[in-house]
Design a binder for this molecule. Structure first.
Ligand SMILES: Cc1cc2nc3c(=O)[nH]c(=O)nc-3n(C[C@H](O)[C@H](O)[C@H](O)COP(=O)(O)OP(=O)(O)OC[C@H]3O[C@@H](n4cnc5c(N)ncnc54)[C@H](O)[C@@H]3O)c2cc1C
Length: 415
């Protein structure tokens, strides 16, 4: 603990990172105001697959993925798609991504994702002590399953996890069927992460955490933040369309939308988005006991209160393109391949994963404005990392010492 006491903090973004950071700051007796242009937790934190995945250390900056990308892109039934009109805008991100697709970067990302993922469930356990999560969190594990099509990649994933000491149980075709008898027996093998959880409604959980934040005295202002500035050594300015607000410190937790604000601060952070989709098959959640991910197809099924949520795929297409009917068709088709009982779907949803080309989030002060702190870029794992991000970022705001090595998450890596 330091002797320093932060007088006030503003947070831009009421997704899971902003809400959890707000709660942790209140615990430190720091007055907090969260700003969001939408209602709380209505963007990525609303419609994700709900996996609490502390094991998911390996991301997409890998040499094997680079080799597979052309095949994935030109297949009409593949997990990756492009909005071609966005390609020119995405070239700087893609170039940096390609440069990170080597073994050294892959292992660096895995090591530092592991550092925070390993703390993620304990952090949620703490957060959940204060809300009623009955019917909202299922602790039955998560299955990754695959055919023998891309065994090299699967073996690489297993090895990297093993080397980092991530607990995993390899399971056979028969064991997958024993665990999930309704699944079509298309898989050759898989991994069970028996300690993982899934959310039965990520939005309801986020909303309960947000309501707790308000109950504890946190403030919320529904407004679009247009500018942020550090105006002197202990004052930051949050400018909305109608009004200016001053706080000692400001946290940017705008997920995939954070770049607009960091560009204004003069930092060229290569944040972009991996778009993902979901649909629901109403009243079909009883068909699975736990979340199942088909690694060959880059998509998964999660039994939720809204029904069976079919969710996933990666589409590179920015924040402004309309949703793609083809991507929806893809996940519907993938879902029916696993569970032919599924019929009509509803609730077509597009969400924006905030992704940096090295697949590590940014958690730390802005390079030019030390009282502006970044908390974004959690890509496929921002749901899992919400509670631990709240702990880490509130510690940065309060200038506390930590045993964690936070340097790999600093934005200076892109300068
Ligand atoms: C299809 C899909 C499936 C996923 N599945 C999983 C999963 O199973 N497990 C997992 O761990 N992660 C998963 N993720 C990732 C996870 O959902 C995200 O990483 C996480 O929700 C990001 O949280 P966030 O708080 O950073 O951003 P968001 O939830 O997007 O919140 C950002 C907030 O900032 C607000 N905002 C933006 N700009 C401004 C502004 N200028 N002024 C005011 N407010 C602003 C937005 O309105 C929004 O509310 C998935 C994502 C997708 C899309």
């Amino acid at each position: 603990m330091s002797n320093y006491i932060c007088k006030s903090a503003g947070i831009v973004g009421a997704g899971i990172q902003g809400i959890c950071t707000g709660l942790q700051l209140l615990k430190k007796n720091i007055p907090v105001t969260i700003f969001d242009k939408n209602d709380p937790a209505k963007m990525a934190s609303y419609g994700n697959a709900g996996h609490f995945s502390p094991y998911a250390v390996l991301q997409f900056n890998r040499p094997d993925i680079l080799v597979n990308i052309p095949k994935m892109l030109f297949s009409s039934y593949g997990p990756l798609a492009l909005k071609w009109n966005y390609v020119p805008k995405m070239i700087p991100w893609m170039w940096k991504f390609v440069k990170n697709c080597n073994t050294k970067s892959m292992l660096h990302t895995a090591k530092y994702m592991h550092q925070i993922l390993d703390l993620s469930l304990d952090a949620y356990d703490d957060a959940f002590k204060e809300i009623d999560t009955t019917g909202l969190v299922e602790r039955k594990g998560i299955i990754y399953a695959w055919t023998n099509e891309n065994l090299k990649s699967r073996n690489l994933e297993i090895k990297v996890r093993e080397d980092l000491g991530v607990k995993q149980t390899l399971i056979s075709k028969k064991e997958i069927s024993d665990l999930e008898p309704n699944l079509q027996p298309i898989f050759d093998s898989g991994v069970l992460f028996d300690y993982a959880w899934h959310a039965r409604d990520p939005y309801a959980i986020s909303k309960k955490l947000f309501d707790l934040y308000i109950k504890k005295g946190g403030k919320f202002i529904k407004a679009n933040v247009t500018h942020i500035n550090q105006i002197n050594s202990d004052e930051t300015l949050i400018k909305t369309e109608d009004k200016d607000y001053i706080f000692e410190k400001t946290v940017i937790a705008c997920g995939a939308f954070s770049k607009k604000l960091t560009d204004q601060l003069g930092e060229n952070i290569p944040l972009d988005t991996e778009r993902g989709y979901h649909v629901h098959f109403k009243d079909m959640d009883h068909l699975l006991s736990r979340a199942v991910i088909n690694l060959d197809r880059g998509f998964g099924l999660t039994p939720m209160n809204q029904g069976m949520r079919a969710v996933g795929t990666v589409e590179l297409g920015g924040l402004n393109n309309p949703p793609s009917k083809k991507r929806i068709d893809y996940i519907v088709r993938c879902a029916k391949e696993l569970l032919p009982q599924l019929d009509k779907h509803e609730d077509e949803w597009l969400g924006f994963r905030p992704t940096l080309p090295d697949f590590l989030p940014i958690l730390g002060p802005s390079q030019k404005n030390k009282n502006i702190i970044y908390a974004f870029g959690h890509h496929h794992l921002g749901w899992t990392l919400g509670a631990i991000t709240g702990k880490i970022v509130s510690g940065i705001v309060a200038e506390e010492k930590t045993n964690l090595d936070l340097s790999p998450y600093n934005s200076s890596r892109f300068n």
